[in-house]
Ligand binder design. Structure first.
Ligand code: PMP
Length: 395
């Protein structure tokens, strides 16, 4: 089997598994306990926090563990409204949120929920490569009343097409307008170089299972001095921001997985970029001209993610044949698969609803081998020929 779906999830790192294992069994203490088992758990938790902080250029106290990116995204977006009750928010219509038109559903649906609470939400358009227009953002900010934009949330790298946004530039602009900036960096952390000291972001979310960590773990970077309301009240864990006994093993695994990915980043980037480039080259040779287009600009895309839009061939049909040939891939993104509606991301890029249903996403990480390119390209060419031959017979 060849796994070409790393943007959906990745395999747990062996190092992470080994480092975490003791905290599931023998070293099972509660980090809040004062006895030696508790102290050992607390030490491991704080070492994990420090390792994560170091991996992204943050301070340990700026990292809050969460259950993943969905939770962290929802937390920050639902903070808009400044802690006012729903009734108050509905009455006064608190502020505005500016997001990109291609956010992951965990951001977009939270923005839609804000709209229902009378918070204005503006979605910034993207170009054909999926890049947010900084000029459109500038126009929006200039038109808004000062202090009227409560949050901007713009993802770092897109999950369906891999487009990387100019986060540093966007952050610098938002700073001049004094607008808090959140970025969903789920597809970026552990996959491209990233240092929050240079990014002008206030909040950044990440999910461990996207960088060879465990599922159900993630973290929020929350810049020191930036106010945020707690997501869970209770025992005061995570500096009072997220109550609940900590997932020590999960935190340890997350930290070691991230550190390992960051240490191998240069090597992985060369390998995955070569795989995606080779697949495109092989398909260009194997398939008729115009059979497919590659979405986005290679220079502004994640090295390991490509999205191919096929002419008149459904993505779900291709993915099904790929699976029979032992290749795991996705249409658009796994989060929206199973539904037949075209993804809002593809529509925002200017694709017709039909073209939007004709895409296959291939994504690779450090577990892939360079030889996977030939196998995936051959399987995809086979699937395309099989479907188009059947279409010809039906005509
Ligand atoms: N944001 C992006 C960009 C993602 O790709 C994903 C996962 N598909 C999420 C958020 C949600 O992550 P999780 O499932 O870990 O909460």
């Amino acid at each position: 089997m060849i796994y070409a779906d790393a943007a959906s999830t990745t395999r747990l790192s062996q190092t992470a598994l080994e480092k975490a294992f003791p905290f599931l069994r023998d070293s099972f203490g509660n980090p809040s306990s004062r006895h030696s088992l508790g102290v050992a758990a607390k030490r491991a938790l704080e070492e994990a926090r420090a390792l994560i902080a170091e991996s992204i250029g943050a301070e340990p106290e700026e990292i809050v563990f969460t259950s993943g990116a969905s939770e962290a995204n929802a937390w920050i977006i639902s903070n808009v409204g400044g802690g006012k009750t729903d009734a108050e928010t509905r009455r006064v219509g608190v502020g505005r949120v500016v997001a990109s038109a291609i956010e992951h559903p965990s951001v977009r649906k939270m923005c839609e929920a804000l709209k229902r609470r009378n918070v204005g939400v503006e979605y910034l358009p993207v170009d054909r490569d999926g890049i947010v227009s900084v000029d459109a953002l500038k126009t929006t900010l200039a038109a808004a009343r000062k202090g009227n934009v409560n949050l901007s949330t713009i993802m770092f790298a897109n999950n369906e097409i891999g487009a990387i946004q100019p986060i540093e530039e966007i952050g610098a602009l938002l700073r001049t307008f004094d607008v808090p900036f959140h970025t969903d960096a789920t597809q970026a952390v552990g996959h491209i170089p990233l240092d929050v000291r240079n990014l002008n972001v206030d909040f950044l979310t990440a999910s461990a299972h996207k960088f060879n960590g465990p599922k159900g773990m993630g973290f929020l970077f929350c810049r020191r001095g930036v106010a945020v309301l707690p997501i869970l009240e209770g025992g005061g864990q995570e500096r009072g921001l997220r109550a609940g006994t900590e997932n020590v093993a999960g935190a340890v695994a997350t930290a070691y997985a991230l550190a390992e990915n960051v240490a191998n980043l240069a090597e992985t980037t060369v390998k995955t970029r070569r795989i995606t480039t080779e697949i495109v080259e092989r398909l260009q040779t194997a398939l008729p001209q115009g059979a497919f287009t590659v979405v986005g600009d290679e220079a502004r895309r994640l090295p390991g993610t490509i999205n191919l839009v096929f002419k008149d061939v459904r993505g779900d049909a291709l993915v099904q044949i790929l699976d029979l040939k032992g290749v795991c891939a996705s249409t658009g993104s796994a989060c929206s698969s199973g539904k037949t509606e075209p993804s809002p991301t593809a529509l925002a890029l200017g694709f017709s609803p039909e073209a939007a249903k004709s895409s296959v996403r291939l994504s690779f990480d450090r577990d892939n081998s360079p030889s996977d390119a030939a196998v995936v390209a051959e399987a995809l060419a086979f699937a395309y020929r099989k479907i188009t031959a059947a279409q010809r017979r039906q005509r």
